[in-house]
Design a protein around this ligand. Structure first.
Ligand SMILES: O=P(O)(O)OC[C@H]1O[C@](O)(COP(=O)(O)O)[C@@H](O)[C@@H]1O
Ligand SMILES: [Mg+2]
Ligand SMILES: [Mg+2]
Length: 347
């Protein structure tokens, strides 16, 4: 019999009061995820759930029906647990839930919204941050803490299976919902991201909008065995961050959503507090790394709840290589002498 999420949370919490509150909050989030899974399975046609509401969220994206359903479910779960402040992609400002709650919950209730009506995996990403006394008079400041302060983080994937990727600060574990068991059972006790990447994930349609260094990096991957990397790379882009991250946890690789020249995309598309930080927390605790191209994601200080960041994560050696491309033109000379050293900013 595999171990359950309940057992995992129980052994983490022990008799510690703060950890018990973390465990209780994760249990509430897991119940909300099961409800959302049920809604996706039998809550009407996928056309209906993917319907646009003609309303933009705080980040300027048009909300879909399922974005709003998910936000309500997780809001209720947060209200039932020790959450003081609820900061959601779908709400402009953090909501105060209790005066003495222990955590700030940052959440992307429905990640991968563009995939809803396609029946492709979507997810929920969450991050638990501590609440200090100073945050109580200024709830927004609780969400300006760097990701290194996270107490716990994870994400649910609504795919063929409902899965939970969770890190409580000691390894990254994967659970799957089993209807016959009536709860989540452990699938992977401790993930370990391969150090070396064989796959990359990027929305290549933005190629012409990237900086030169990013274009050279991707061009070198595409050149495969005939180029300076002297080996082939496979490419995948699901357009659901949760699903792309899950694949990288399982079989390594690198994910990139860099800033680009499109209006409003100087820092890419992804949000630091409720997307990049929890993903980085899980990836680092699985032995991978996550940066904005140069700086470790977990060291960045968010400007506000909805701040964006470029995001590069996955296999350690590949993430470090991207940083060299972006910061050290001489690194391009790492390639075989056959290809010589070409200028980083070649024509
Ligand atoms: O459509 P693009 O530009 O490829 O962006 C895809 C990315 O945007 C996201 O869908 C953003 O998340 P939301 O769906 O929560 O807005 C990520 O899941 C995904 O990695
Ligand atoms: Mg998202
Ligand atoms: Mg979302």
């Amino acid at each position: 019999m595999p171990s359950s999420l309940d057992a995992h949370l129980g052994s983490y919490a022990g008799a510690d009061p703060l950890r018990s509150k973390v465990a209780e909050t994760i249990r509430h989030l897991a119940s909300a995820a099961v409800k959302l899974r049920n809604t996706i399975i039998d809550g009407g046609t996928s056309d209906h759930l993917g319907q646009s509401r003609q309303v933009a969220n705080a980040g300027g994206d048009i909300q879909k029906e399922l974005d709003v359903v998910a936000d309500r479910l997780f809001f209720d779960a947060a209200k039932a647990s020790s959450v003081a402040f609820y900061g959601s992609e779908e709400q402009d400002l953090p909501v105060v839930l209790s005066k003495d709650g222990a955590f700030a919950l940052a959440i992307d209730p429905l990640d991968g919204s563009s995939n809803i009506e396609m029946n492709v995996s979507v997810g929920t990403i969450f991050s638990l941050l501590p609440v200090e006394e100073a945050h109580r008079t200024d709830p927004a400041s609780a969400f300006r803490q760097p990701g290194s302060k996270q107490i716990a983080a994870g994400f649910f994937v609504y795919g063929p299976q409902l899965q939970l990727v969770l890190s409580l600060g000691n390894g990254t574990h994967v659970f799957a919902f089993s209807p016959s068991f009536g709860g989540f059972v452990e699938l992977h006790a401790s993930m370990a991201v391969d150090e070396k990447a064989k796959e990359f994930a990027i929305n290549a349609s933005n190629h012409r909008h990237w900086d030169e260094a990013m274009r050279i990096y991707i061009d070198d991957l595409l050149a495969g065995a005939d180029g300076p990397r002297e080996r082939d790379f496979n490419m995948r882009w699901i357009a659901s961050l949760v699903a792309d991250c899950y694949r990288i946890l399982i079989r390594g690789g690198i994910f990139l959503y860099p800033g680009d020249g499109r209006q409003g995309y100087a820092k890419g598309r992804l949000r630091l507090v409720y997307e990049a930080n929890p993903i980085a927390f899980c990836v680092e605790h699985a032995g991978g790394s996550a940066t904005d191209g140069i700086t470790r994601i977990l060291d960045l200080v968010p400007e506000d709840l909805h701040a964006r960041t470029p995001l590069v994560f996955g296999s350690k050696r590949e993430v470090a290589r991207v940083t060299r491309y972006l910061t050290d033109p001489s690194a391009i000379g790492e390639r075989s002498p056959l290809f010589g050293k070409r200028s980083l900013f070649r024509a």
